[in-house]
Design a protein around this ligand. Sequence first.
Ligand code: FAD
Length: 621
Amino acid sequence: MDYPSRFDVIVIGGGHAGTEAALAAARMGSKTLLLTHNIDTLGQMSCNPAIGGIGKSHLAKEIDALGGAMAMAADHAGIQFRVLNSRKGPAVRGTRAQTDRALYKAFIRNMLENQPSLWLFQQAVDDLLVEQDSIRGVVTQMGVRFYADSVVLTTGTFLGGTIHIGMQNQPGGRAGDPPALALARRLRELPLRIGRLKTGTPPRLDSRSIDFSKLIEQPGDTPLPVMSYLGKVEQHPEQVSCWIAHTNERTHEIIRAGLDRSPMYTGVIEGAGPRYCPSIEDKITRFADKDSHQIFLEPEGLQTREIYPNGISTSLPFDVQLELVRSMAGLENAYIMRPGYAIEYDYLDPRDLKHNLECKHITGLFFAGQINGTTGYEEAGIQGLLAGCNAALRAQGRDSWTPRRDEAYVGVLVDDLITLGTKEPYRMFTSRAEYRLILREDNADMRLTEKGRELGLVDDVRWAAFVAKREAIEQEEQRLSTTWVRPGTPQGDALAAHFNIPLSHEYNLLNLLARPEVDYAGLQQVTGNGLADQLAAEQVEIRTKYAGYIARQQEEIARLRASENIDLPADIDYWSISGLSREIQQKLTDIRPATLGQASRVPGVTPAAISLLMIQLKKRQ
Ligand code: FAD
């Protein structure tokens, strides 16, 4: 049969991880096949249609810096943009886009269909072809075989998925989609540690049944932010507001009274749920002293009346869902278009993975996304990009790329997962990164685009824009550092008056910008000179103001890098190292850290144990 059956890379699953994986591998020139249940659900947002937010925008922007799709899709589909934590320091700011679900999906599909070297095929994958601990290909539900020595598995919430509403449950990958049962069985036959997790989603409401006059309006930010480094405000569709409602004592009573029919509180669901995105039943139980919670009512799109009530994710029975929704002011007559539900699914213990997201036990088999124990589109997307990139590198006979914790949030995410594992869905926070001031959302391109270009992930258009921005920043810093202002001159006096600061002696403009009272926009206004590109101007300002802190973090990184660079051989026998406790021997044997630095992050591994490992390494030399 004249049909392409051999590929360099096969990606299973067309969610956020799978689409970024397939696009990345194909951008790098590898012949790539994306296999998914349904081509119409490519890039589908299973839960709320929003990209970014604190910690998550860092990941979306890293995807963007490496040429991926998510941030660009958010710019073309975003119907409300806000910068969260805007009053706090740049390290913890997070851009968030409420998107139109349909526009987002259409953008992703369009990118996939127009990506050279990428083939799409609609079929469930039921089996993996494994020979002598190496992946060789996959078999679809109707028995078609596709071959590749690099396969990326991104099945999200679908493996052995069970949907729960009240005490009723049924197999499902998410509402309206079938689960992946045969593949789940196959994975349990392989030497992998498989567990169960759970997540949930709220009921969706019809906007016509909501009394918005009783709610607080929350418009987007002005000026409008963009998500992608190539983004333009003109790409954004029409902008709309979100709304805020509140739960009350009665809502909480209704929920408490329904707990005896809650699958979570009656032991029907065993998998742990996301601690930081809890269900409403969790919230009122864990925070019993709070008499009200904010609920954000977010439009699902411009062409639909569906509203996503963010904050009431629930798997309570439908009658309780209706009652609790209607107990809130403004929602007294709310009509539920889709019930909320919880889903339980299989995940892989990520300690079975290496830093390149390849499985330790099956060569060439990569895992990315929710299947690795994470939650969230951004967490999935960046893992997909990394796994797709490493699958392509493997196919091309090149070394893997494994970003470090001090280079990128994806470095933090992967290192956390494979070193610590996870017992509940893992989501990204800025607090997980040690080097927050260096890993900002605003400088993801400065940190990663050059690497992305070297890997083959970044196209000519993005590269040219990046180089122009980098040059503009350097030239502007040079100009500011060589432009002097003196007290008693018209410009010196104008600056002193504008910023209300004494000008005691001669300053260059870069020194002046470092002062807390001075901002770049003001400098530009008074001197009539400066960068028109707002993103480049923002870089100049942040780099100048935080120069001292940034330099200190860089010194610390350089010091710690020494231990990150000491490799621990894969064949090291921890049981034979006397002096290590049995617990530490067991943990190091299970995790097999790649470097001394990674070993030091394994919980329970003490500085004394690290010294013993160093002695052992010296003996082997
Ligand atoms: P998914 O988006 O699930 O995509 C998996 C893809 O794989 C699908 O296209 C599927 O069709 C395909 N697939 C699966 N098995 C096969 C197979 N055998 N053969 C071929 N194709 C296959 N995230 C949050 O951040 N906060 C939340 O509150 C939140 N709540 C959620 C609630 C629910 C009910 C669900 C379902 C998800 C929720 N999420 C939430 C998670 C978010 O949707 C995921 O993190 C994200 O979609 C994961 O992306 P992914 O690519 O790993 O998987």
